[in-house]
Design a protein around this ligand. Sequence first.
Ligand code: AMP
Length: 286
Amino acid sequence: MLLHTIKEVREQIHKWRKDELTVGLVPTMGALHAGHMSLIKKAKETCDRVVVSDFVNPIQFGPSEDFDKYPRTLDEDVKLCEKEGVDIVFAPSANEMYGEGQKLSNDNLTYVCPPFFYVNTLCGKSRTGHFDGVCTVVLKLFNIVQPDFAFFGQKDAQQVIIIKKMVRDLNVPITIVQCPIVREESGLALSSRNQYLTENGRQDALVLSKILHNIKSCYKRGITEVNALKETAYNFLTNKHDLEYLEIVDKNTLEDKIKADNESIALIACRVEGVRLIDNIYLGEE
Ligand code: AMP
């Protein structure tokens, strides 16, 4: 069922709780694709009831980012969710989430701000305030739905690390389940933003996963110096690629490495046709 208000969601959850059913939450910004559906499938396997939130969260977008043009496909999202047996699609308005007419800024609203070390790196470096906005909306969703489990994709690796940290630090009684990246056959990681790309852009975007897979195969062949691994990327980049970062860090703590090991993750952010794309790969796993 499609619900728009917090009150309706709470009433439904209350009924499930009375019946001692377990609840899973899959937070999304909609424009659902097979990546989101993999989280939903995992949630269905794990929990008695599944809630998918479908909300383009204004406070996690910077002033020059794509909030206005971000794809909104609620009707199709609801159909996909129904097919998958989702129990509630929660699609609130910004007014419902943040209060009628509230000024959406941290001089007016209570924000959840993850530690500086976790946000002053990778995506957080160029997206000031992004993870404050993410943690704030995710904690609000956790408080509204009060799920037993919440499902996040490795696609947004820094995000899931920060969410796990928030849950630990704030004693949130929810188990975070991390799900693997879903890719097209070409290797391109699925993303709602891929639809901004032209056909040529999609070809150029394949370079992200190629760089990461090449780094992994170099690592498997015995190259461990992070600088040497990062340099291999330059064989792939062209003037169509505006590289924002390529880093190899600890997959649990985001700490820098001089030498890669089986606990390392390689992460990349790169603009293609002005579209900001991200991807990552664990070096230690098959
Ligand atoms: P979004 O709607 O982009 O905020 O994403 C909602 C959730 O889906 C996040 O936990 C993402 O990490 C996850 N997700 C997005 N793309 C993928 C993908 N290709 N594979 C797996 N999970 C994904």
